[in-house]
Design a protein around this ligand. Structure first.
Ligand code: BG6
Length: 500
């Protein structure tokens, strides 16, 4: 039986609660994953006339954002009864007194000391003072039964992340701290571990002996939308590369874990981050490219340039696109480039990891067969298409020997009839269970910041002169093509859609 649990959501009236947390919790409820004794307490500054009004707002969010579209209303009332809201100032002491009283009264009612989770769905500057209040009011003294969940951004650079970690570790145990990187909750991302380490087939070829290079593309078709204020402090490198993309890279590059123990897996990932070559600040231009979108047309709709977005400076140098060539300096990956790129207003929404193998050592086919001869390629389509495909050469039917690349495909929709859980469902379930495997440990976050620091510093020092430098609905600036083309390679874009 799962432990009785109280989940406090600080920032309970905010966007994250509405879009992600409540739809995820409701899906967990529908799938019978929540503990029998469970309540959600939203805490925030917005006032609602009653719990009912709050629940109605959440219901709208569920309808709009849940992955489930059918039969949503059947159980909503049963779930909503678990949810309440309190308008409180998170910087005031009596808020924490009240929280303490609620916990005690629930413990009495349930006749068991509940697990208590504090979810920080608040602006990053509120995190340290709230953590301090939780500590002062001794609300997290029971390490086994209290947890805190932190959203990104976790720091703005290595220094600030390090300071935040120090503040938190002076008050809490690392085991209580759950730092979310929602990419790690995605089914297709977790499956990389299964693919690599539950099969004997791939490991022997998983090194610089057989792999020529790796590419990771995280392309979005949206702009910065109404997040200009946040994005001005972030940019693509901080927003996507420091966290999501480096985590994907770690999944591809890590050594086989000895067990599925949370720290074992995280140790192996930290090893990759530590092995990532720190780019010499003078050399950053040869390894990293930044871009910013201009105004233009996105799928037939006129859109603003980044500098014209709300809360963005008209002279902003902030990048909405970043491409970087990384190297993992260890025995397995010596001299294998990992090209990564991410951008807003790209031509297609796609998250794609491609492993490009070296070509066959000897070409023995007739020369006229060579035109379409390609090295093998393994593709993980993370989203929105979800599949894994191995590309190999086949003989095209006919009297002549003509080679053509074909794909062997594993497709999630076909194999499992869809309905994979959303990342937040997996992650919330893990927090409730107290399983930190898919969460970022302090040293992981700091190691990732260290990797991108030289790029951040070089870009800060030298303001870009040529931005905006890419149009919406494109694949980013020309320099990004050049970054990979000068090595004699080219970016892989979207895999062909799997035929249903
Ligand atoms: C967030 C970034 O972490 O990830 C956003 O802050 C980005 O800018 C989002 O849009 C992408 O997430 P997903 O799951 O839609 O790929």
């Amino acid at each position: 039986m799962k432990a009785s649990t109280i989940l406090f959501i600080f920032g309970g009236s905010g966007d994250l609660t509405n879009r992600k947390l409540i739809p995820a919790l409701y899906n967990l409820f529908l799938d019978n994953y929540l503990p029998e004794k469970f309540i959600v307490v939203g805490v925030g500054r917005t006032s609602f006339a009653s719990d009912e009004e709050y629940r109605n707002k959440l219901w709208e969010g569920v309808n709009e954002f849940s992955r489930r579209k059918d039969e949503l209303s059947l159980q909503w009332q049963n779930f909503a009864n678990y949810v309440s809201y309190h308008e409180l100032d998170l910087l005031a002491d009596d808020t924490y007194q009240k929280i303490n009283d609620w916990i005690n009264s629930k413990a009495e009612e349930w006749k068991v000391q509940p697990t208590v989770i504090f979810y920080m769905a608040v602006a990053p500057q509120l995190v340290p003072p709230i953590a301090k209040k939780l500590s002062e009011h001794k609300l997290c003294t029971d390490c086994a039964k209290t947890r805190m969940v932190f959203e990104k951004p976790f720091g703005n650079d290595w220094q600030s992340a390090h300071e935040l970690n120090q503040v938190l570790s002076s008050m809490f145990d690392e085991e209580q701290i759950f730092r979310i990187d929602h990419y790690l909750g995605k089914e297709t991302v977790q499956n990389i571990l299964a693919f690599r380490f539950a099969n004997a087939l791939f490991e022997p070829i998983w090194s610089n002996n057989y792999i020529d290079h790796v590419q990771i593309t995280v392309a979005e078709t949206v702009g910065v939308e109404d997040r200009g204020g946040y994005y001005e402090q972030a940019g693509a490198l901080r927003d996507m590369v420091q966290n999501h993309i480096l985590q994907l890279l770690c999944m591809i590059a890590m050594e086989p874990p000895v067990s599925f123990d949370a720290n074992e897996i995280r140790n192996k990932k930290v090893d990759v981050l530590r092995a990532l070559r720190k780019i010499d600040p003078e050399e950053v231009h040869a390894y990293a490219v930044r871009g910013q979108y201009s105004g233009g047309w996105m799928k037939g709709k006129a859109v603003n340039g980044y500098r014209q977005e709300k809360n963005v400076s008209p002279q902003s140098p902030v990048e909405t696109f970043a491409a970087v060539k990384f190297f993992v300096d260890n025995w397995r990956w010596e001299n294998v480039p990992f090209y990564v790129r991410t951008g807003k207003y790209m031509h297609e929404k796609t998250t794609l990891i491609t492993i490009h193998f070296k070509k066959a050592p000897h070409y023995s086919f007739p020369s006229e067969a060579a035109d379409t001869w390609r090295p093998n390629q393994l593709t993980f389509s993370i989203q929105p298409q979800m599949d894994i495909r191995i590309r190999f050469q086949a003989k095209k039917p006919g009297p002549e020997m003509i080679l053509t690349p074909v794909d062997m495909v594993f497709n999630y929709a076909e194999a499992y009839a869809g309905q994979e859980p959303e990342a937040y469902e997996t992650l919330l379930e893990d927090v409730i269970e107290g399983n930190p495997t898919l969460f970022m440990r302090a040293d992981q976050v700091e190691a990732a910041w260290k990797v991108i620091t030289p790029i951040l510093e070089a870009w800060q020092k030298r303001m870009p002169v040529d931005i905006p430098n890419y149009a919406p609905d494109s694949w980013g600036p020309e320099d990004a093509e050049a970054l990979i083309a000068k090595d004699g390679r080219f970016w892989t874009t979207v895999p062909p859609i799997t035929k249903e």
